[in-house]
Design a protein around this ligand. Structure first.
Ligand SMILES: [Zn+2]
Length: 427
């Protein structure tokens, strides 16, 4: 285990170099790595052996990117039981794992070997942040679903502090002001709230992720926090997929370690076409290979070269999910993630949506799974009551969930046009 940590500087130098390789060279590297993990997945996991055999394909049939379409898609549902996806002989106790946040409406767990974890969780992120001008010694505040203390290396590398978005807004504002960071990570919905408060210290570098970042929200955050926003696109199954560099020409895919396909736009030949369904292969997770994993988001792959000179391919994600804060009758703002965390472990839901129709009324619409029981609805009501005091909670079973007119799906949606309460740190 320590060997992996000791090799981190060399691995980091390698990925730093790779981003500047010409696009064609990165594509070649990517293809070599793809073929290697494809054979590994077939030879070492029960899941892909069976899946490829059923589809009548063998990894040796996949000779060029044009053959990718023959490989079956791996869906999020396939991860409900991740064990058949684990490579033979791996010791699950020695693996790292990540469970999806509630923002997708479905819960999955992905396992990573240590090498993949260190690369995806730290080194690729560090490369992207350095590209945006973040210095390792910058004070960095992360506002996330869990204040999961700072484990080792990230804290050392970037003087990070993690704060929970489940704390009252006033507490979060106080923490932000006291810590006075030069960089900030958070969900657009949270940072938008910060931006609307008085006496907020300026934060030069702001990193957003996990939700659709609308142009208006970006502007609000940049103005309110007096800094520049760099959006990041990723998911817990694959970690960071792509990120904005200062040239803002799109999002650079970590294409040396991920193979991203956009299904419709691949056929339609790239730029100018409608966003396609995004399908991603991890080129480094040998413990739990994910081959052509469908994210549930759409996006476009761009063929242009970025002005910054990096050879990493550009894309524009179009996230299909966004969330709202709820404002309660007493003026308290409740984070959408407090609600998704409260109910995401409850069985019986294939998908759900939480909608606030009045200050004191919330409707949960759920698409039931075959094993749904009435107890599940009762559990949803009682769990949500804890985070939404004084609110009536109605739970309805539905066949499908409605998308909004623009095709987006809002997992936590408020129909009220309320602004969060002003809470300055000195109140
Ligand atoms: Zn760039």
């Amino acid at each position: 285990m320590p060997l992996q940590i000791l090799s981190m500087p060399a691995t980091f130098r390698q990925i730093q170099r790779e981003q500047w390789l010409p696009r064609q060279r990165i594509d070649e590297l990517q293809w070599l790595r793809f073929r290697k993990i494809l054979f590994h997945a077939y030879n070492n996991t029960e899941f892909y052996k069976k899946r490829f055999d059923t589809a009548g394909i063998h990894p040796r049939d996949i000779q060029a990117p044009a053959d990718l379409a023959h490989i079956p898609i791996t869906a999020r549902e396939d991860l409900r039981n991740p064990l058949p996806l684990l490579a033979h002989g791996v010791d699950r106790k020695k693996l790292y794992s990540s469970t999806t946040s509630g923002s997708t409406g479905r819960r999955t767990t992905t396992y990573f070997d240590q090498k993949c974890w260190l690369r995806g969780k730290f080194l690729l992120k560090l490369r992207a942040r350095l590209a945006c001008g973040l210095k390792p010694w910058d004070r960095t505040a992360i506002f996330s679903e869990g204040a999961t203390n700072q484990r080792g290396i990230l804290r050392i590398l970037s003087r990070c502090r993690t704060f929970s978005i489940h704390n009252p807004l006033k507490t979060q504002i106080r923490e932000l002001t006291q810590f006075n960071p030069s960089a900030l990570y958070g969900f657009p919905s949270t940072l938008q709230l910060f931006a609307g408060q008085r006496n907020i210290p300026p934060v030069p570098k702001i990193f957003t992720s996990s939700e659709m970042l609308e142009a208006g929200t970006r502007q609000k955050i940049e103005t309110g926090l007096n800094g520049e926003v760099f959006d990041i696109f990723g998911c817990s199954e694959l970690k960071e997929i792509s990120w904005e560099c200062p040239a803002k020409q799109g999002y650079h895919i970590n294409s040396d370690w991920l193979l991203v396909e956009s299904l419709e736009s691949a056929q339609a030949n790239g730029d100018g076409k409608a966003p396609g369904r995004l399908v991603v292969t991890s080129l480094s997770n040998y413990a739990m290979p994910l081959i052509r994993y469908e994210l549930g988001d759409t996006g476009r792959l761009l063929q242009k070269q970025c002005n910054c000179g990096r050879g990493l391919q550009l894309m524009t994600p179009a996230l299909g999910r966004s969330v709202d804060y709820f404002t309660l009758p007493d003026g308290m703002a409740v984070s959408p993630y407090a609600m998704t965390c409260a109910i995401e472990n409850i069985e019986g839901m294939a998908q759900y949506q939480i909608r606030q129709t009045a200050m004191n009324h919330v409707i949960v619409s759920l698409v039931p799974t075959p094993d749904y029981r009435d107890e599940n609805s009762a559990a949803i009501r009682s769990s949500l009551k804890e985070v939404l005091p004084g609110v009536t909670i109605e739970v309805n079973k539905v066949a499908t969930l409605k998308q909004e007119k623009n095709g987006k799906f809002r997992i936590v949606a408020s129909e009220l046009n309320t602004n969060p309460p002003i809470a300055s740190p000195d109140e």
